[in-house]
Design a protein around this ligand. Structure first.
Ligand code: C2E
Ligand code: CA
Ligand code: CA
Ligand code: CA
Length: 275
């Protein structure tokens, strides 16, 4: 029995060490990747539900790893968070995407709205406001065309702190979206306190909404809630025409999903905008 315990002890010690080691290696790779500009910004269209026309894009990070190829964010974001490089990645994506959208505008492709994801660590940086103000100034973009996507969880960690910070960000002229809405536990009261412009309904609710089942009533309820809060609504993960019809009937403002496009590099979006 004593041997067993000893073995188990070593097993845990080894897995823990391996876990940390993996994180250590990946963390170093991520820092190197930032320096070598291996991160790329992909763009997914956000379309007006009524007209079907693109009204904006969401910037989504991709890692073009020299050996592993295109690595999706799901495979490195939690490590990027754990080793503290996520905020630098966000800053990079913010700068690049602001420049890109301004470029599209200057090239005569109209003025698209830009949505950028903000991690909790980025949001909590003491100088986050300056980072945003700087990036806005450098790109010369009109701030009213920029939306910061912040998850429900990030906003709710410290509601009063978050509210103050969001108010300050809004003074810069940008919009605030609450991301993955419906997956957290915000109360109505908290929602009323937060200065939110846009509510993004999480993909998990849209996935099965054929207009009948339970998730459909969730989508309906959230859209009503958004209307009452004077927010605009984006449905994520719209893949089929049936889903689009459903959310159109529910008066959802915007839709994003594979039905319109998969996240693509800027060049491919440019082609799409030229069509
Ligand atoms: P998110 O912010 O909820 O972004 C939407 C995700 O859903 C994207 O995954 C997108 O490719 C995917 N998606 C969009 N439409 C559909 C659809 O119709 N069907 C399906 N099955 N999926 C769809 P992606 O690009 O892999 O990003 C995953 C998550 O990683 C994002 O979820 C976001 O939380 C995070 N993320 C991505 N880029 C950044 C970034 O620059 N900074 C930070 N902090 N997080 C990021
Ligand atoms: Ca998002
Ligand atoms: Ca989302
Ligand atoms: Ca999501």
């Amino acid at each position: 029995a004593k041997d067993d315990q000893q073995n188990r002890h070593e097993y845990y010690r080894d897995t823990m060490r391996d876990g940390t080691y993996h994180e250590f290696v990946l963390g170093n790779e991520l820092r190197r990747a930032l320096k070598n500009e291996e991160f790329q910004v992909y763009y997914q269209l956000q379309c007006d539900v009524k007209s079907g026309e693109p009204y904006g894009v969401e910037a989504l990070v991709r890692w073009s790893h020299p050996e592993k190829g295109n690595v999706p964010p799901g495979e490195f974001l939690s490590t990027a968070e754990a080793v503290g490089v996520i905020a630098d990645i966000d800053e990079y994506v913010l700068q690049k995407s602001l420049q890109q959208v301004q470029q599209w505008r200057e090239d005569g492709h109209g003025h698209l709205q830009l949505s950028v994801n903000v991690s909790q660590q980025q949001f909590e940086r003491y100088n986050f406001m300056e980072i945003v103000a700087d990036a806005l100034e450098k790109s010369r973009i009109d701030p009213t065309y920029v939306t910061l996507e912040i998850t429900e969880t990030t906003m709710l960690t410290q509601v009063h702190y978050a509210t103050e910070k969001l108010e300050a960000l809004k003074e810069l002229g940008v919009n605030i979206a609450i991301d993955d809405f419906g997956t957290g536990y915000s109360s109505l009261r908290q929602l009323q306190l937060l200065p939110i412009d846009i509510l993004k309904i999480d993909r998990s609710f849209v996935k099965d909404s054929d207009g009948q089942d339970h998730d459909a009533s969730m989508v309906r309820t959230i859209i009503n809630l958004a209307n009452n809060l004077d927010c605009q609504v984006i449905c994520e993960g719209v893949e089929t025409n049936e889903q689009l019809t459903f959310i159109k009937n529910e008066n959802c403002d915007y839709a994003q999903g594979y039905l319109f496009n998969r996240p693509q590099p800027a060049n491919d979006v440019t082609k799409r905008l030229t069509e």
